[in-house]
Write a new protein. Structure first.
Lengths: 137, 100
């Protein structure tokens, strides 16, 4: 099973993780999160992240999800992604995470593809959605 | 030869069913339904309006935006299609464990 690591600003990763538990009705396995806070030395996170990556990797690799490209969490990860045993995708959202957590038998490469697909497809203007007329809540 | 016999014995089961829980197919029911469907080797689809999606993918189920009292059609095809259909009907009729 591919490991999943959430690396985000503040408590975003924790909030997404808790939401996923609520939706799934159980705690998913082989997933962890790291909250990056600006009041803590940035360099100290590299070892924490590396340790968690090692812990999560059971041979299938680890998919890392960050929240925003160009920002500190992703910048820290960019230093750690070689060799490509760990893959980083950014712009995490709840559909992307749920898709990852319900597709755990996929390979790391396939998991990346499906997460990017569903993450992007679930960003749209609900007002322009034709399904909107069919809902009553 | 075995494969041919197998194909002859399976047929698609088509079931129309109403969603009776008040909040419709929101996140938790979609997750439960996808997880249940994922336990079967049969191919399972949900049809609503002009959409046809895999019932094994919770995000695809969510995107159907199935509201309370909506009717959906479940298509199940494979060697465990009867058991899968029965359990799917049971889950939906149980309101996915929700009170109303």
């Amino acid at each position: 099973m591919v490991g999943i690591l959430l690396v985000t600003h503040g408590e975003i990763g924790l909030a997404l993780y808790n939401s996923a538990i609520h939706i799934l009705g159980k705690e998913p396995s082989n997933i962890d999160y790291i909250s990056i806070n600006s009041n803590i030395d940035i360099n100290s996170y590299e070892k924490t992240i590396q340790d968690k990556l090692t812990s999560l990797d059971n041979g299938k690799g680890v998919l890392v999800m960050s929240d925003m490209y160009g920002a500190t969490p992703t910048n820290i990860l960019k230093k750690l992604i070689y060799p490509r045993k760990y893959e980083v995708i950014t712009g995490i959202n709840l559909p992307m995470l749920m898709q990852a957590l319900t597709s755990r038998t996929l390979s790391l490469d396939d998991l990346i593809k499906i997460c990017l697909k569903y993450g992007k497809e679930n960003i749209f203007n609900v007002n322009n959605d034709d399904k909107n007329t069919n809902t009553n809540n | 030869m075995v494969k041919k016999i197998f194909l002859m014995l399976t047929m698609m089961i088509k079931t129309q069913i109403q969603i009776i829980n008040k909040l419709g197919l929101h996140a938790r029911p979609s997750s439960k339904l996808a997880e249940l469907c994922g336990q079967y080797s049969s191919k399972i689809w949900i049809l609503k309006d002009d959409k046809k999606i895999s019932a094994k993918n919770m995000i695809d189920i969510l995107m159907l935006a199935v509201a309370h009292k909506s009717k959906i059609t479940i298509l199940v095809e494979g060697n465990d299609e009867k058991e899968a259909t029965n359990q799917i009907k049971k889950l939906i009729m149980s309101r996915f464990g929700e009170e109303e």
